[in-house]
Ligand binder design. Structure first.
Ligand code: PGA
Length: 250
């Protein structure tokens, strides 16, 4: 049985005070959602410490949205995985398309971030996904495959056993346009096949989340698909009620 996961990527939204309120709202409402759903909230770095405190003991886990490629030193503005982990944070989103697109993240940088994440016991939520042009050209399978081969294939089997993947088609992120449940299933199944070609049966246990305009009204249909194990939620994670309602989609 694979884990069911609903992770909220708050991106660069909320003040620290608002973030704490949001986290508290999720913690309070969680009891109305099946215990089988694992909720993760990923606020900005500045909120992590307080959000860890208010979610402690509630069953809600906390993730960061990124980490540095290096362990420490003269890297102005960067935040090391060890710093994040020392706060009690358990997860880190790596390779989000916004990081790839706006901050030039490549497989090379992501390999280094993976090393840092695992060295500090942070579980990566590794994002893959194609742009609209790539989808139109029918290249979505190849793009996701390359993003996996170039990074995930460098993991040890033990590291791989902890990994979470998020498939996020760039054309569906923040656009209101969602992949259909069939499109999601098709590519999730393909991603699992690619993972299995390297890691064998262990790939059957890897949670693969869908992300891209996932909301209460479409979550259930998408989560019902065999190879979809939950969602990485952006906009709809900023309202506790909506985020929780997505969790009821299982
Ligand atoms: P969205 O973002 O739900 O706002 O489309 C998802 C994401 O980028 O993680």
């Amino acid at each position: 049985m694979r884990k069911k996961i609903v992770a909220g990527n708050w991106k660069m939204n909320t003040t620290p005070v608002e973030g704490v309120e949001l986290a508290k709202g999720v913690a309070e409402g969680k009891k109305e959602v099946c215990d089988c759903v694992n909720f993760i909230v990923c606020p900005p770095f500045t909120h992590l410490s307080e959000v860890v405190k208010v979610t402690r003991g509630t069953g809600i886990a906390v993730g960061a949205q990124d980490c540095a490629t290096e362990a420490k030193g003269a890297y102005t503005g960067e935040v090391a995985a060890s710093m994040i982990a020392s706060l009690g944070v358990e997860y880190v989103i790596l390779g989000h398309s916004e990081r790839r697109q706006y901050y030039g993240e490549t497989s090379e940088t992501l390999n280094k971030k993976m090393v840092q994440a695992y060295a500090n016991n942070l579980t990566p939520i590794y994002c893959v996904g194609e742009s609209l042009d790539e989808r139109k050209a029918g290249k979505h399978f190849d793009v996701c495959k390359a993003q996996i081969e170039e990074v995930v294939f460098n993991l040890t089997p033990e590291q791989f056993s902890k990994l979470i993947i998020a498939y996020e088609p760039v054309w569906a992120i923040g656009t209101g346009e969602t992949a259909t449940a069939e499109q999601a299933q098709e590519i999730h199944a393909y991603i699992r096949e690619v993972l299995a070609s390297k890691f064998g049966e262990a790939a059957a246990e890897t949670p693969i989340l869908y992300g891209g305009s996932c909301k209460p009204s479409n979550a259930a249909e998408i989560f019902a698909k065999e190879d979809v194990d939950g969602g990485l939620i952006g906009g709809a994670a900023l309202k506790a009620e909506d985020f929780l309602a997505i969790g009821k989609g299982f």
